[in-house]
Design a protein around this ligand. Sequence first.
Ligand code: ZN
Length: 451
Amino acid sequence: MSLDEFMERHPELSFDTARAADDKKDTPHLEACLLHFTEYVSGKEGGNFTWTADVRRQVSRHPVYRRPAYSVDEFGTLPTLSRSELRKLREPFDYEASGTTTAYGDQTSGTSGAPLTVVYSPRFMSQYLHLNMFKVAIRAGIRDLGGRQVFAVTITDNPSLGAGVIIPDPLDLVGLRLIWYVDPSDPQSIARLTTFLREFDPEVLSSKPNLLQMLLDHWETESPEPPCGPRFAVSGGAMLPDALRQQMADYFGCPVISAYAISEAGYLGSECERQKIHLDESLHERFEILPAEGAADTEPSAGDSGELAVTSLSNLCMPLVRYRVGDLATMSRNTCACGAPGPVLDELQGRTTLVFDLGGGHVLSPTRYMDLFKEHPELREYQLTQRDTRSFLLRIELADDVAPSSRPVIYTRIQNAISAGMPVAVEIAWEEHTFAPEGAKFARFRSEVSA
Ligand SMILES: [Zn+2]
């Protein structure tokens, strides 16, 4: 089936013709990045970043780095940068400094504080879109991909991309990559996905753990035969529980690989055959472990444990210097048991994503409320607590400059937006609340319902 025929059969999926053409023109760069990564994995290259005057000049085009603290020679004395600091700055980056006219925007999920707008240069975007899945495969020792019409299906419950997106491989090594939207509370939406997987049998299935768990439970009750036979499955976006990994591997009969990424920097790393996450210092300049934010400066981190930070300069729109990723981890630079050198996470105590169980097979993923801050600019913070299966408490804090007379209307509007996102009718009580300054332990979504 040709790409045109495929698109005719799936008019609901979108396809960005202009970007596909641009990415096609940029194949020499993509090939060079892929080769560089392959050599990095085999230990031939990478991991020798130094903070030079040239690097300093390059990053100083961005307002956030135009401070005396960044004019020092010693990398280890540079300030660190956190998501909450970035959010406070009006214009931290000069997007035009990258010399490009097009940039692609994204947003952090907002599960750990107000969302942050992220901008990628076209080049950074194209390697993010096209190479990540190859990198996951290469790192896990999986070879000989290609030969199926559909290479990878990434399943999302985030409706911001519509029904989904078709992404052809500009390198022509493998078939199509798809981002596919599924509404977990709609049986028809799940059935459409299942039918598609049966027909096209992709080589890779990828999603986040809570969605994988939901789909797997559904498919298992439907049939002992899985809908497709992937070469491998990828879990990202949150920690992959061991039980889910085992359940997936048993049902699909393929390896399940955990990938590690953040919106601000894309792919950070993924697991080798020994299930250790190797960080990618072929793309990013340097990873390091810092004392956790909020810990006293004098408080040494225990061994190599602390908060992971990345220095990543190849996204020219938004280079990151000693950026605090927000996850606690233990990192080692000893050669891994798989034989590959470079930084490895011995332990990752990452963010976890909560899913509300509303009973009767209905679940709610908080990603549904990702745009709440964008849609309600008066909203400063909120917290949604599940007190009983279908009963919630919503705490709302509005910006100080919202006039008292307009507050009641806004509270109601926000409460309605939360209600509208629920797949079944629930009771939502709300109250005004003033949240303490953001701390690492703040959870916007909480459940008091015991499992
Ligand atoms: Zn390894």
